[in-house]
Write a protein that binds this ligand. Structure first.
Ligand SMILES: Cc1cc2nc3c(=O)[nH]c(=O)nc-3n(C[C@H](O)[C@H](O)[C@H](O)COP(=O)(O)OP(=O)(O)OC[C@H]3O[C@@H](n4cnc5c(N)ncnc54)[C@H](O)[C@@H]3O)c2cc1C
Length: 302
């Protein structure tokens, strides 16, 4: 529990950047999640470092989020401090066939900067919401590529408030995973190696990826994209559909009738509804098909 003296101290340290009791449903694409005790949006990496040291010295739990597009936050919310990187750490710098982007920069913004500079590599990401930090943690990918393949190096901050640089190999990128799912570092910025490509070719490939998403994904409802990872050589959506679960509903959470690996919020779904639907899906697929589905979305809270 963060007491009022601690709140005041942080309010005074970073005026205008700290709020109490912010509802996480306002910061997740699922539109689900209870209050965060303290919600901080640092203006730059120095402020980020200050908050991290502040939390460590007082033993306050710390959660870092990007745009909450891969997150299920509990209805009871998040204890301690939530840091959202999006507002302050969003710089994108274009170099010679490379881009350096801060962790809160939108992935779509990085892809647009690469396209405008005539750099190929980021086309795959067209239509993936979220920020660079979350994309690196998850090794976000689509259309046969993922962000890890482009990374040259990453600047990280540890929970002691120290900066580190890690190269691509040290990030241990794998299918929807990286070292950041096992070790607690905060992504500050990343540099990506790209290659020269005709701008019009990039533009038309990205437009095609977006067109495909619009026809195959339920984009008019709040969701967090794919709920489960694809098992090796299989599609989780196909297995869920085979198990007859398309359209199944608990409360206002529903397995999309368009894409069975999406759970959509029909209006006032709670985390409890979504978790119950996840459990039911795993159990049915396990019993009927013999496959254990693994979660791709991250659950935060109690
Ligand atoms: C409609 C839709 C379509 C999607 N399509 C795809 C797709 O095709 N491919 C795909 O891979 N994903 C997809 N996603 C999921 C999601 O967009 C990606 O995983 C995205 O990269 C997450 O970024 P984020 O900023 O929203 O991260 P968040 O959801 O905010 O966070 C994700 C994880 O990263 C951690 N994190 C976030 N920022 C930092 C940081 N700076 N330092 C350390 N940890 C951090 C969080 O604590 C959390 O564990 C989709 C989601 C939606 C809603």
């Amino acid at each position: 529990m963060v007491n009022s003296a601690i709140c005041r101290e942080l309010f005074n340290m970073l005026p205008g950047r700290v709020r109490a009791g912010v509802l996480m449903k306002e910061h997740t694409s699922w539109r689900i999640g209870g209050p965060s005790e303290l919600f901080v949006e640092p203006a730059d990496r120095e402020e980020l470092q200050l908050v991290v040291s502040f939390a460590r010295e007082r033993d306050i739990p710390l959660t870092v989020i990007g745009f909450g597009t891969n997150l299920l936050v509990s209805d009871s919310g998040i204890k301690g401090i939530v840091i959202k990187t999006g507002r302050g750490l969003s710089r994108i710098l274009t170099g010679d066939c490379e881009i350096t982007a801060e962790s809160g920069a939108k992935l779509t913004g990085v892809a647009a900067a690469a396209r405008d500079a005539g750099f190929g590599g980021f086309e795959f990401s067209a239509g993936i919401p979220g920020a660079v930090g979350g994309a690196l943690v998850m090794n976000a990918g689509a259309n046969g590529s993922s962000i890890g393949a482009l990374v040259r190096d990453v600047l990280l901050l540890d929970l002691e408030g120290r900066f580190y640089r890690r190269n691509n190999k040290e990030m241990e990128f794998d299918y929807r995973s990286s070292i950041l799912l096992r070790e607690h570092y905060i992504v500050v910025e990343a540099s990506f190696s790209l290659y020269p490509r005709d701008k019009n070719e990039i533009k038309s490939e990205m437009a095609e990826f977006i067109r495909k998403r619009r026809t195959t994904q339920p984009l008019s409802f709040p969701s967090a994209g794919s709920v489960f990872k694809n098992p090796a050589g299989e599609s989780a959506g196909r297995l869920i559909e085979m198990a007859g679960l398309k359209g199944m509903r608990i409360g206002d959470a529903q397995i999309s009738t368009l894409h069975a690996n999406f759970i959509v919020n029909l209006g006032s779904a709670t985390a409890r509804d979504v978790l119950a639907l996840i459990d039911r899906t795993r159990e049915t697929v396990r019993n009927q098909i013999g496959v254990e589905l693994k979660l791709e979305v991250k659950f935060i809270g109690e």
